[in-house]
Design a protein around this ligand. Structure first.
Ligand code: ZN
Length: 169
């Protein structure tokens, strides 16, 4: 396994809509293992393929608390097939916008359909942090960042800081 480079905003790749995966093969399985290792190393609780420069519909998440055993999920072509009307507010951050956090409101439960690493379809009901995390990562494969859920004032403030930080890198 290897640690991949995480792409930071601003980068046009983060705004692209990712492609559906047609075939789950060894390359896809290796990519998902590398993404998990990259996520744990960062550390973070979720990572989407475009964040490592690959515009494929693949996400990995692990929202287990530090006192719980690891609970990694590798999801290919994930889709929200149902979400609750009820929303929860959670402070979100993103490995592509390091150092920035903001409260985001999202549905508190989500039913997600995806292919697992063996190419089998799975349907999972999620709630709380896991539901929020999966929604954040599915946004990524649609070219959406968490700041897009904020007011334009807050969003622009963070994006301006990211542009400035890039110039200084
Ligand atoms: Zn993110």
């Amino acid at each position: 396994m290897s640690i991949l480079k995480i792409i930071k905003e601003p980068d046009p790749i983060l705004r692209k809509k990712s492609q559906t995966v047609d075939r789950v093969d060894e390359n896809i399985q290796r990519l998902m293992n590398d993404m998990l290792e990259t996520m744990y190393n960062a550390p973070g609780v979720g990572l989407a393929a475009p964040q490592v420069g690959i515009t494929k519909r693949i996400i990995v998440v692990d929202c287990a608390r530090t006192d719980e055993p690891p609970a990694p999920y590798k999801m290919i072509n994930p889709e929200l097939i149902d979400t609750s009307k009820e929303e929860i507010i959670n402070e979100e951050g993103c490995l592509s916008l390091p150092g920035h956090y903001a409260d985001v409101s999202r549905p508190s439960t989500a039913r997600v359909r995806y292919l697992d690493e063996n190419g089998n379809q799975q349907i999972m009901d999620t709630e709380g942090l896991l539901a929020v995390c999966i929604q954040h990562e599915i946004d990524h494969i649609n070219g959406i960042l968490f700041v897009d859920h904020l007011s334009s004032l807050k969003r622009n403030m963070i994006l301006k800081k990211m542009v400035k930080a890039k110039k200084e890198r």
